[in-house]
Design a protein around this ligand. Structure first.
Ligand SMILES: O=C(O)CCC(=O)C(=O)O
Ligand SMILES: [Fe+2]
Length: 304
């Protein structure tokens, strides 16, 4: 089992996670609440427009592929919910969307928060995943706790809605313009846990430097998380673990997904692990502070 896990992180940086202990009902509720929010009139959504990287981002406002010359952003709308403790999150009014906030908070805590309480000891999915990663890298299983990555992780729920082509362009022949639902990118942090509604669209490119690029579909698997390794984990491991390029094609019909993007706590320094470098294989990246790295990547995706 451990071998297969390590192999997946080394070979494609993407894998399915099953038997994760997150209730299917809770995931279903998150999708229902997300759909309700995106169905609100645009004026209502814009009232919660993104500040401090929390809240609503409208169609075409973000472009994940910072290398593309296109001046049009990705054809998705999204809503970000960040760390719960700092009170920077924006929430729809309880009278407009009852239980919306509590559903999202429950999901955030369920995925991220490990309870060390004596009578209710419980490892979150993210803590468990990071401990498996640490063991694969020949570290103690609490390595990421010890380096401070898990003090107050910068973890975000990203609710996503990709409107279908018919909704965007009507009869398709007049105003049709090709964009991506989410253009090619790798995620910035440690690990991402993704659930989709089953509508196809997600693709990965295993070898980004091989031209022409080869893109493979990633089908969603009912009840499983699609997990992928992010760039800060790639830096920690000196590219042993891969932060794989991926994108979402513009779907024909509406598509909803929920990504849980995790990053180390803001002051955590991400630097090459000793077990991942040697004299013949020196560190490829200098040490960086998690929050500084993250802010720069977010800025690039939003200023184009
Ligand atoms: O919607 C998806 O399938 C993928 C979303 C994604 O890659 C992201 O939000 O970083
Ligand atoms: Fe992504």
């Amino acid at each position: 089992m451990k071998f297969a896990f390590e192999q997946a992180c080394v070979d494609q940086g993407f894998f399915y996670l099953v038997n994760h202990g997150v209730d299917e009902e809770l995931v279903k509720e998150v999708f229902e609440q997300s759909t309700k929010f995106f169905s609100l009139p645009i004026e209502g959504k814009m009232k919660l427009g993104k500040t401090n990287h929390r809240g609503y981002t409208e169609l075409y406002a973000e472009k994940l592929d910072t290398s593309s010359l296109s001046t049009k952003g990705d054809s998705k709308e999204s809503f970000y919910i960040g760390p719960l403790a700092d009170n920077l999150n924006q929430w729809p009014l309880e009278e407009d969307l009852p239980s919306w906030r509590s559903t999202m908070e429950t999901y955030h805590k369920k995925l991220l928060t490990t309870s060390a309480h004596r009578t209710l000891f419980y490892w979150s999915v993210v803590t468990k995943l990071l401990s498996l990663i640490a063991l694969s890298l020949k570290q103690e299983e609490d390595f990421f706790e010890k380096v401070g990555a898990l003090n107050e992780p910068l973890a975000f729920i990203r609710l996503l809605h990709y409107p279908g082509m018919l909704e965007l362009f009507g009869d398709l022949d007049s105003s049709y313009e090709e964009t991506y639902g989410a253009s090619a990118h790798s995620d910035y942090g440690t690990v991402t846990l993704l659930v989709t509604d089953g509508v196809p669209g997600l693709q990965i490119c295993r070898e980004k430097s091989v031209k022409p690029q080869v893109w493979e579909d990633v089908p969603s698997l009912s009840g499983a998380f699609i997990v992928n390794i992010g760039d800060m984990m790639e830096r920690w491991t000196n590219c042993l673990f891969r932060s794989t390029l991926h994108r979402v094609l513009q779907p024909r019909q509406d598509r909803y997904s929920v990504a849980f993007l995790t990053n180390p706590s803001k002051d955590c320094i991400v630097e090459c692990l000793e077990s991942c470098c040697s004299e013949s294989c020196p560190p490829r990246f200098p040490p960086i502070k998690s929050s500084e790295y993250l802010e720069e990547r977010i800025r690039l995706a939003n200023d184009f």
